[in-house]
Design a protein around this ligand. Structure first.
Ligand SMILES: [Zn+2]
Length: 161
């Protein structure tokens, strides 16, 4: 994704109140993030343990969504619905997002299972195992990266309504 700054992040939220946006803490080590190597910026809020955020570009617009961790419990070995990693030991977390606009004010939410530490971008950049002789691992990796971008964008579009 293209590099973003704090102002762009705060302006991107589609399902958060002004008060919530003003209380968003930036991810730890924000200034050192290599945006070339991530498809979305996802992080938990150090001040609000059940709050997390996902920000990325959807159709050339930066979109941010506030997530609420549905349970304390981490689901072991379930599949992340964004990176769809099946080869790693993958701790995923159930998050819910209030829908944007009127639907959200009525209480509509959307749930999703995501890697507990938002490690999807890292997961999809690992070279996949050789599935068979002649298997093109580089292309497979490229496709996984694209698929992750599509999955995250699809989620953000669904929250936007
Ligand atoms: Zn993931």
């Amino acid at each position: 994704m293209r590099p973003i700054d704090e102002r762009a992040i705060r302006a991107s939220f589609i399902n958060a109140s002004r008060k919530e946006v003003s209380s968003v803490s930036l991810p730890q080590g924000f200034t050192e993030i290599d945006f070339d190597r991530i498809d979305y910026l996802g992080w938990s809020d150090a001040k609000f343990p059940r709050r997390a955020y996902v920000v990325t570009e959807v159709d050339d617009t930066l979109v941010g969504v506030l997530l609420q961790r549905a349970e304390q419990r981490v689901l072991m070995r379930a599949q992340c619905s964004w990176c769809e990693d099946v080869t790693l030991r993958n701790d995923v977390q159930l998050y819910s997002a209030r829908k944007a606009g009127a639907a959200g004010r009525k209480g509509d939410t959307i749930g999703t299972l995501v890697c507990a530490e938002f490690g999807c971008s890292h997961n999809v950049r690992r070279l996949p195992p050789l599935a068979y002789e002649g298997f093109d691992r580089e292309t497979a990796r490229e496709l996984r990266i694209l698929r992750l971008q599509e999955n995250v964008a699809g989620f953000l579009r669904a929250v936007a309504g």
